[in-house]
Design a binder for this molecule. Structure first.
Ligand SMILES: [Zn+2]
Length: 462
């Protein structure tokens, strides 16, 4: 997967090659684990029952949020709230893909074939920015090429991230971090490349590590910030009693690095670190075009992800409750993919296939709703930190770099760990006790307005 198939899915524009990689990865994963997954589900459910939960889904919801049915209701409401925004992006991208692949009869009113969105699971679409960029003659804000041309090394990506956190008054990574992390894929042995951050629970708070197979691309730059956000969280709550050494809830932990990356990837900050060229302000019209390009790129990462982040655990919760039986694992998987995401399999799938198994978090048994909540919460966090930093102007233009006030607010939240109920910590961070889609909607408001005009004659939905 990393780097070969990741790169093919991101960069190939050859329908058949993409299809080959898409099918090959699924053939090489799902069928081998379907029976084991079925058995593991039954065993884990039994363990949940023995601990007085209804099933594993309920145990997960309680362990991570101290909620159960109310968590399901909460994410359903949030999904309904962001769905109109997603549908607009979906309709626009579908139109552009029809132009890009004229020989393949993509249905202008149907779901999008899942293999042409730039990612193995169609979970983030920023790798097809070239196909959907609103104004191809203006800046695209894709910095992969700039990073490669400037000779960026893997260490430089990590140092860049470290220095952003430090600019807020937070700690540098420890010596052990630099010695013991695995930042690139080693030669001569197989490793699990999926990016992760680990708290090694050393008594003197010195041993935290990242493992990832970093390449010099914008996606990996985001991932470095994501993983380092986990490390910052570990370091900030390290003084807490052991039981409180975790995030306010699981979504908080996922959101920290991404929140920082919202500043890092802002046009202002990319200029500051020399990854995009300092252009004159340009006319208002040119400025407007650049803003729309920037927001489109961000929407392909952040808005496109939302239904994917939502449906993985919708499916698993239903698997664990017995609502979905092993015979219909794959059929239901695709029903959810079509219903929520509006993407369809490019070739016929059957119940001998096990396509959920192609996504790391399913066999690794990592709960996923945390990512959905993180993608909504990180915009709330960004908004609060920006206001602490005294930012004026549109939310998407904010960069909290060097703001000690923003850093103090962030540290006050992280250092609590899970010692207080998450809604209380949410209130410290944002002033309100709930997740809310208002901030993400505000961030993308200028794009939404523009895209609705572009979609005037298109069907919205599928
Ligand atoms: Zn993470």
């Amino acid at each position: 997967m990393e780097p070969e198939f990741t790169e093919i899915m991101a960069t190939s524009r050859d329908w058949d090659e993409l299809l080959w990689a898409w099918v090959a990865w699924r053939n090489a994963t799902g069928p081998f684990m379907k029976d084991k997954y079925t058995e593991a589900t039954s065993l884990m459910n039994q363990a949940a029952l023995d601990n007085n939960y209804d099933n594993l889904g309920s145990a997960w919801r309680y362990a991570n949020y101290e909620m159960d049915q109310d968590l399901i209701d909460m994410v359903d409401d949030l999904y309904d709230d962001v769905k109109p925004l997603y549908e607009q992006i979906h309709a626009y991208v579908r139109g552009k893909l029809i132009e890009a692949y004229p020989d393949h009869d993509i249905d202008p009113e149907g779901p999008i074939p899942a293999h042409i969105l730039g990612n193995m699971w169609a979970q983030e679409w920023n790798n097809i920015l070239d196909i959907v960029l609103p104004y191809p003659d203006s800046a695209s804000y894709d910095v992969t090429e700039a990073m490669q041309n400037q000779g960026y090394t893997v260490e430089k990506l990590f140092r860049l991230s470290e220095s952003f956190f430090a600019s807020l008054g937070m700690d540098n990574m420890t010596d052990t971090f630099w010695e013991k992390s695995m930042m690139t894929k080693p030669d001569g042995r197989n490793v699990e490349c999926h990016g992760s951050a680990s708290d090694m629970a050393s008594a003197d708070c010195s041993d935290f590590r990242i493992k990832m197979c970093t390449q010099i691309t914008q996606d990996y730059l985001q991932t470095v910030h994501h993983e380092m956000g986990h490390i910052q969280y570990f370091m900030q709550y390290c003084h807490q009693p052991f039981v409180f050494q975790s995030g306010a809830n699981a979504a908080f932990h996922e959101a920290i690095g991404d929140t920082i990356a919202l500043s890092v990837m802002s046009p202002e900050h990319l200029k500051t670190i020399g990854l995009i060229e300092e252009q004159g302000a340009g006319s208002d019209d040119e400025q407007q075009k650049k803003t729309l390009n920037f927001l489109m790129k961000a929407a392909l990462e952040k808005v496109a992800f939302l239904p994917f982040g939502y449906l993985i655990d919708k499916w698993r919760w239903d698997v664990f409750s017995g609502e979905i039986t092993p015979e219909e694992y794959n059929t239901k998987w695709w029903q959810y993919r079509i219903k929520y995401q509006g993407v369809a399999p490019p070739v016929r799938r059957s119940d001998d296939d096990f396509d959920p198994g192609s996504k790391y978090h399913v066999p690794a048994n990592v709960p996923y709703i945390r990512y959905f909540l993180s993608f909504i919460g990180q915009f709330q966090f960004h908004e609060s930190l920006c206001s602490a930093a005294g930012h004026k102007g549109p939310l998407h233009a904010c960069d909290i770099y060097r703001s000690k006030d923003a850093g103090r607010l962030l540290m006050s939240v992280l250092s609590r760990g899970s010692s207080r109920p998450w809604k209380e910590t949410m209130q410290v961070m944002t002033g309100g006790k709930q997740f809310s889609a208002d901030a993400i909607k505000e961030y993308f408001a200028p794009l939404t307005k523009w895209i609705q005009k572009q979609n005037k004659h298109s069907k919205i939905g599928w």
